[in-house]
Design a protein around this ligand. Structure first.
Ligand code: USQ
Length: 413
């Protein structure tokens, strides 16, 4: 059985990824230091619902499915914590079988501070972002160099590395002809937040490691993700409610849904707009609303990671895919949420507020995103029906939604 190590296994993408692979028969180990939860508490951002700890979630998952997800709680900026995972010295905070899970065949690297606004609150949060993101990536590269050069790394990067250039965005690389000579380079990158800049630096660290040590790495340039339900969380909930495993119970606290943020710091635009629509908060379109990005459903993140795992990069290759399924402007998203809200009986208003970010509000945007489709990914598109379904889930937690965390105005300029 293939062993998958998920760094950042407690996050919005980490936990659904852990269940997804566990459900498909992989041996899964997750590592996390609860950075995201602690930051949410420190900044008092509120979440749509409470989620059990990673250890509790792994126990619930085991109770429902009989499958084991090994859990390590640790800070991967500490090189020893990283290296133990490859040497058989890791201490599991929860595992049925405490034996060494073995050198991972694949590492999925999500263990990063993921918020652009967080990285620009002040110099302290800027430093936390730089320190966490670069040290974790560098520690991983050195652990692979020293213990396992064959392990395939799937790193989740970001489309924001490219910024919004006035030319078409290729998948990671660009062929350049200069003074009649040709070469291939990383596509020019110019991020508009410090967080996104750390992802550029990650790519550089990984590209260096590939050139020096022949590692095999897939870097997924992901756009903003939306969504709340994944197949595993839904079926776990059904099992809990149906009493098939009565000891697990169906109480709201014990569900296996992913962490869901709707605040300005950790919430992404579609998730934020759905929550705003449900509580009658005018949708917070920043500035003119022409900002266009590539978006994808959380279920497509899982598919993309799975397809990348099944078709690993070659040794000595930094393979880059643009991980988006379609593009929308902020205005288009607001109009879609308004229509979906109307179907549920909400009179959704759209506001254009002063943009707290420094970004182009009207720009050319034409990214290529063929590589993952060619590997077999089948996109789920964002439609009014999909939005309506997601908003019905959000509605169930309406009583938890705090209006005061929706907009605080972290200024970037
Ligand atoms: N926006 C609004 N109103 C809001 C929130 C956002 O108009 O209330 C706009 C922003 O100005 C921006 C766009 O929507 O132009 C996307 O913002 P976002 O907060 O959804 O996403 P972003 O800050 O870019 O970051 C998110 C994830 C990050 C990931 C990135 C992919 O937090 O981890 O890397 O999406 S990408 O945007 O392609 O770089």
């Amino acid at each position: 059985m293939s062993h998958i190590l998920i760094l950042g296994g407690d996050g919005y993408l980490g936990w659904p990824t852990a269940m997804y692979f566990s459900n498909r028969g992989y041996d899964v180990t997750v590592v996390d230091n609860y950075f995201r939860r602690n930051a949410c508490t420190e900044l008092d951002v509120g979440m749509l619902y409470a989620v059990p700890t990673l250890v509790e979630r792994a126990k619930i998952w085991h109770g429902l499915t009989g499958k084991e997800i090994k859990v390590v709680i640790g800070d991967l900026t500490d090189p020893e914590v990283m290296r133990r995972l490859f040497e058989g010295r890791a201490t599991y905070d929860w595992a049925v079988d405490q034996g060494f899970a073995g050198i991972p065949d694949t590492v999925i690297h999500y263990a990063e501070q993921p918020s652009a606004p967080y990285s620009l609150i002040n110099y302290r949060y800027a430093n936390i972002t730089i320190q966490n993101n670069l040290l974790v990536t560098n520690n991983l590269m050195w652990a692979l160099r020293d213990f396992s050069r064959d392990t395939h790394v799937i790193h989740v990067g970001t489309m924001g590395e490219y910024g919004t250039p006035n030319i078409d965005i290729e998948e990671g690389w660009l062929d350049i002809e200069h003074k009649r000579r040709k070469d291939r380079f990383l596509f020019p990158r110019q991020a508009s937040s410090l967080y996104h800049t750390t992802k550029i630096m990650d790519t550089d660290l990984m590209w260096f490691a590939v050139r020096m040590w022949d590692l095999r790495i897939t870097d997924l340039m992901q756009g903003p993700v939306y969504g709340i339900e994944t197949e595993e969380a839904q079926s776990a909930e059904r099992m809990g409610q149906g009493g098939r495993r009565a000891e697990v119970g169906g109480s709201e606290r014990r569900h296996l849904r992913t962490i869901f943020n709707y605040d300005e710091i950790f919430g992404t635009i579609v998730n934020r707009f759905m929550v705003q629509a449900v509580v009658g908060y005018p949708l917070t379109v920043y500035g003119k609303g022409g900002q266009t990005r590539g978006y994808l459903n959380i279920n497509d993140t899982l598919q993309c990671v799975h397809m990348s795992e099944k078709n690993p990069a070659e040794k000595g290759d930094l393979r880059i895919f643009n991980q988006i399924m379609e593009t929308f402007s902020a205005n288009e998203l607001a109009e879609m949420v308004q229509r979906a809200g109307a179907r549920l009986g909400y009179d959704v208003k759209i506001d254009h507020i002063e943009n707290p970010r420094r970004e182009a509000e009207e720009h050319y945007y034409n990214p290529t995103y063929q590589g993952l489709i060619e590997l077999g990914v089948e996109p789920h598109y964002l439609t009014d029906e999909v939005l309506e379904r997601m908003m019905r889930v959000v509605e169930r937690y309406k009583g938890n939604i705090r209006r005061d965390v929706i907009f605080r105005g972290v200024k970037w300029g």
